[in-house]
Design a protein around this ligand. Structure first.
Ligand code: HGY
Ligand code: MN
Ligand code: MN
Length: 419
């Protein structure tokens, strides 16, 4: 398959998908269980059918296309990524990986190779956790880690739960358990994704071989004070939720910097109630996102935050909650699979290098149990989660070539990836 042809098809599909956003002109906003998600799913369904895959939407809202092998009972090779986005995000994060997987399927069909195993192309419905504050919903569902209780627990800022959003989207959250794939049915998982960081672009390296993905812990913290008149209430009589929260927030980045090993911590959302210029805040809510290759660092920063909240709210006379929204361990990716792809890069003359992923991905969820590998392509200026996110279509085409070499080998290999 000519690389120019692949580039052209990838361009055509991703350009088409750009229209499925709730914020036209201001980046991609494609949140789970929304009109835009439905439009993307129907487009992907059509593309999968055109490539000759057997397509279904599962009980979690993932779109899955399967190319049958001669022995479908064998553990399959699965490849894909997510079709949801952050708010005002970019046009490549996640979705480009699904389009690359479709290119691999197209190549398999055109080559007409005899294949033992099934090849599954998957579009996951909610990797970001942007709407409900969770994360890896679709990939967690196929791993059997999501149930109706989980769907009731998480709500968006309008108070709509995942449960209600799924019902409105035409899914039955009571049946989400059926999205789980049988143990042993997935032999390995491969994900192509933009790097979302500066390394490949700054070095001019074409392909990133991801050897590990950081662990992540996410919290929603609520500090409770008491609303009072901003003018008449003496400073020593206040239960000022913002004052207490700010003293903790102000320490978090420093605790991450102290680790000096790539550990990061981010407060990305702050909300004050009732939110009046002349009212002492009754409550202050903020998110925390802590990531590291070393899980002890994540736990240490989470514990420091909890202790600081205990201290500051005690002095203020108020209280707090620190609700866990996500907690997932770091994962090392499959060295054998990465080695095959490194060899393919060499064969094609593509520059490549190993690097860790500071971003979480569906591979982080799946890789906890299944042999998994990721391919990165460069992000212009390292920008992502913003409308400026950009990757050349020709760069994605090279990743599709490397992934195609790998999948061809895995589909015909006798050896199973693991156990
Ligand atoms: O947040 C992340 O790392 C990913 O983009 N979901
Ligand atoms: Mn992503
Ligand atoms: Mn993302």
């Amino acid at each position: 398959m000519e690389i120019e042809e692949t580039t052209g098809r990838i361009a055509e599909q991703l350009e088409h998908l750009k229209r499925y956003t709730a914020t036209p002109g201001k980046g991609c906003t494609r949140l789970p269980f929304t009109k835009e998600a439905r439009q993307a799913v129907e487009f992907l369904r059509k593309q999968m059918e055109e490539v000759g895959l057997c397509v279904h939407e599962d009980e979690a809202g993932n779109i899955i296309g399967i190319m049958e092998g001669e022995d479908p009972g064998q553990p399959c090779v699965m490849m894909g990524s997510h079709f949801d986005s952050v708010i005002n995000g970019g046009d490549y994060d996640g979705i480009a990986g699904i389009i690359c997987a479709l290119e691999v399927a197209r190549r398999l069909r055109e080559k007409g190779l005899r294949r033992k195993r099934n090849f599954a192309v998957v579009g996951f419905c909610d990797e970001e956790g942007m709407r409900f504050g969770n994360g890896y919903f679709g990939s967690g569902a196929i791993m059997g880690n999501r149930d109706a209780e989980y769907c009731r627990k998480f709500k968006d800022t309008d108070g709509v739960s995942i449960y209600e959003a799924m019902q409105g989207y035409g899914l039955d959250p009571e049946k989400i358990g059926n999205a789980k794939w049988p143990d042993g049915s997935i032999g390995c998982f491969l994900e192509t994704h933009i790097e979302q960081g500066p390394v490949l672009d700054s070095e001019g390296t074409e392909i990133g071989l991801v050897d590990c993905i950081v662990g992540i812990q996410r919290y929603m913290v609520t500090v409770h004070g008491r609303s009072d008149h901003a003018g008449t209430t003496p400073m020593d009589m206040r239960l000022d939720a913002v004052d207490a929260a700010a003293k903790v927030i102000g320490k978090i980045a420093g605790w991450a910097r102290e680790k000096a090993d790539g550990t990061v911590a981010t407060v990305g959302y702050i909300n004050v109630l009732p939110g009046g210029v002349n009212i002492v805040a009754e409550s202050c809510q903020f998110t925390v996102d802590i990531r590291s290759r070393n899980n002890d660092n994540i736990n240490d920063i989470a514990n420091r935050i909890r202790k600081a909240l205990e201290w500051e709210t005690k002095i203020m006379g108020g209280s707090f909650e620190m609700e866990s929204k996500l907690s997932i361990l770091p994962v090392n990716l499959d060295q054998d699979i990465l080695g095959i792809m490194e060899e393919s890069c060499r064969k094609h003359g593509y520059s490549s290098r190993y690097l860790p992923s500071g971003a979480g991905h569906d591979s982080l969820e799946i890789g906890q149990v299944i042999p998994t590998a990721m391919l990165f392509v460069p992000s212009k200026d390292g920008r992502s989660h913003c409308p400026e996110e950009f990757t050349k279509y020709s760069q994605l085409a090279k990743a599709a070539v490397v992934a195609g070499d790998l999948v061809e080998k895995l589909l015909t290999d006798e050896a199973d990836r693991r156990g």
